[in-house]
Design a binder for this molecule. Sequence first.
Ligand code: IMP
Ligand code: MG
Length: 175
Amino acid sequence: MTQIQHVLVSKADLEQRVRELGAEISRDYEGKELVLVGILKGAAVFMSDLMREITFPVGIDYMSVSSYGNSSTSSGVVTIKHDIDTDIRGKHVLLVEDLIDTGLTLQHLQQLFLMREAASVRICTILSKPSRRLVDVPIDYCGIEIPDEFVVGYGLDYAEQFRNLPEVWVVKTGE
Ligand code: IMP
Ligand code: MG
């Protein structure tokens, strides 16, 4: 039985950080051609909030990757299930993620977009678990650092459940 336990990050705290990140990104990329690339499905909620905090027109695209297979620990192998359809050559790409855990997924995607000749590739995540990092991936825009707990809500799931919770919750998994 999977149960949500307690709220780790409130709706108000999420909203405030998204506003701050949007303002920072708007300042940094003013006058540049920026494409936000959201990593599905988890980043869908954050992406739709973030894009509305950016003060100039941006390109929007999505990618779906799987890095975990069926286990809950990262294999380090990233498979692209759905790719973007924007030509990002010469454009500034900002990868938008729900949570950076080991860092393996984002490290792989950053390399991929650099190989595709984006003008720059930066990383934005609403949540980060620094204590879980296996590779040193630079997070240019980091929302909120959280401890090593399994969380759901604000786009994040456990077995495809709980993505629609407006807050970030800790779950207890087990029989
Ligand atoms: P990593 O940084 O390559 O290890 O992958 C991070 C991805 O794993 C996130 O984007 C989530 O989709 C998933 N993930 C990691 N920790 C959690 C969690 O606590 N809850 C839900 N998904 C998680
Ligand atoms: Mg994800």
